[in-house]
Design a protein around this ligand. Structure first.
Ligand code: PHE
Length: 506
């Protein structure tokens, strides 16, 4: 970067720091610079210094030094355990029995003392019958008159911190090996100095003018902006990337599913959670005495408890199809179809309600839509069931649509999601023929992932659909389980971040 450009990009505080450095011969500590430059805080000094250093105008030197301090202040008064043991043995004429020493140095200090006496060669220990006898050595006797090196260091520490350069390595290692006697502190000393470029920058003249870093409405309204200097922004300056948050794994997987279908040419659709049984069930040729309608499987609503179906023509067609098959060639379910039952309000039990609603409005090919949305079932909660979950649903209406096309689409989807091991089995749904069920081998057993099929004539006839409607509905949470090897579906909805973090796959 050109010097003139660098100069133009200097902030008010950076200029202040350069001028402060100039006044103290080009080098100083943050403390000194805070004072000379009349900064309010040391962080202002350091912030400006690091910007200046990235521009090559200053260098920041860091010297780390280690200090030792006394952690146990009493030790210098009481003396090290071996010192106390030494005096005690001396008071017994240079020979003492272990039992006596233990009475003098209780709480395990006797053993510590004996360990160090032996290690330092100050006493010998010998067995006499049942007794253990400690005898002072010559070195031990001499030590009665002199201080040991660790004691001298402790004395020094008792009057203040001692730099690591002033201590003998072995002595410090031994003292550190004992618990809680000394601690170490690291101190970082920084010096900020002008570089040659920094000196040139100052020589070229620095004008100190207060700058506005943030435009506020006050500055605009008062007209102050007219005379103000604004802080320049360098949009190319390096700044560290921050990742303060992440999307929930399910939201990420949802985005992946959406991307995949969109790339395959599908458009996303959705409908209301609250539906009349008519659209959720009757239009799909689910008989009115079907177990899925049971209170035990479906959440019926009290408010609204009914949703009126406006389309008389459609109601008549659906009634006929259920009762006699109408002109679809089917015999229907027989019996009487009840409009009352069809107008009950419920929470949708599958997103197939989305696709059939779409078909009713767009009966002609080409149609490729999908939905990724929530459904509700009265399931008891366990490791693979939740009462609210998400379905990946969709349809294709295509002049050449057939069962093979449906199967390859399903395989394609799962293989793009990373799963080639799926099993397709014949199945039954009241609204499709043929129908299939897909499963995947997971956690020791086959887990159902969803169903699919081609809509029956009884379903599509009222809407005048002339071509095959290939339809499917897969479980989204189960896909997530597969993807991350999660064995309990409930883990997907834990809202405790710390718990989530424990899972290695997230
Ligand atoms: N609606 C079915 C379910 O909830 C899945 C399905 C959708 C089956 C479309 C066939 C066709 O399990």
């Amino acid at each position: 970067m050109e010097m003139s450009e660098i100069l133009r990009g200097l902030s008010y505080n950076e200029k202040r720091l350069l001028l402060a450095l100039d006044r103290i011969d080009g080098t100083g500590t943050p403390d000194e610079l805070e004072e000379v430059g009349k900064f309010d805080l040391e962080v202002e000094v350091m912030g400006s210094a690091s910007w200046l250093s990235s521009k090559g105008l200053v260098i920041i030197d860091e010297v780390q030094s280690k200090y030792y301090v006394l952690a146990d202040k009493e030790i210098t008064v009481k003396g090290l355990p071996e010192r106390r043991a030494l005096s005690f043995i001396a008071s017994r004429g240079g020979r003492a029995e272990m039992g006596e020493l233990s009475a003098e140095l209780p709480d395990g200090e006797d053993r510590i003392a004996v360990g160090w006496l032996k290690r330092k060669g100050l006493a010998d220990i010998a067995k006499e019958g049942e007794k253990k006898i400690l005898t002072l050595t010559d070195a031990g006797r001499k030590t009665l008159e002199t201080k040991m090196s660790d004691e001298m260091l402790l004395d020094k520490l008792s009057s203040g911190p001692v730099s690591e350069t002033e201590v003998d390595e072995r002595t410090i290692r031994d003292l550190k090996g004992r618990q809680g006697i000394i601690a170490d502190n690291v101190e970082v000393k920084r010096t900020i100095s002008l570089t040659e470029d920094g000196k040139r920058a100052i020589a070229s003249g620095i004008e100190l003018k207060e700058e506005i870093a943030q435009v506020t409405d006050g500055i605009i309204q008062s007209g102050k902006w007219k005379d103000a200097e604004f802080r320049r922004y360098d949009v190319q300056t390096f700044a560290p990337a921050l990742y303060p948050a992440k999307k929930h794994p399910l939201a990420r997987l949802g985005a992946e599913v959406r991307k995949l279908f969109t790339e395959m040419g599908f458009t996303e659709i959705d409908e209301e959670y609250v539906q009349p049984a008519f659209w959720n069930l009757d239009v799909l040729f689910i008989p009115q005495d079907h177990p899925a309608r049971d209170l035990q499987d479906t959440f019926y609503l009290e408010n609204p408890s009914r949703i009126h179906i406006n389309d008389e023509g459609l109601v008549q067609k659906v009634k006929e199809i259920h009762e006699t098959g109408g002109d679809t060639g089917s015999t229907g379910w027989g019996g009487k179809w009840s409009r009352d039952v069809a107008e009950q309000a419920l929470l949708r039990t599958h997103t197939t309600v989305n696709t059939i609603t779409y078909v009713s409005k767009h009966p002609n090919p080409p149609v490729k839509v999908f939905s990724l949305s929530r459904i509700f079932r009265k399931e008891s909660i366990d490791a693979t069931h939740l009462p609210e979950f998400t379905q990946i649903e969709g349809i294709i209406i295509d002049e050449n649509g057939n069962f093979d096309m449906l199967i390859s689409l399903i395989r394609e989807f799962y293989s793009r999601m990373g799963f080639d091991q799926i099993r397709i089995r014949p199945a039954y749904f009241p609204y499709t023929e043929p129908s299939l069920e897909l499963e995947v081998f997971f956690n020791g057993k086959w887990m159902e992932l969803g169903g699919a099929g081609i809509f029956r004539p009884e379903v599509v006839a009222p809407f005048g659909v002339k071509y095959p409607v290939l339809a499917w509905g897969f479980g989204f949470e189960r896909l997530a389980m597969l993807k991350w090897g999660i064995t309990d579906i409930r883990d997907l909805y834990i809202s405790d971040i710390d718990d989530l973090k424990k899972s290695p796959t997230f």
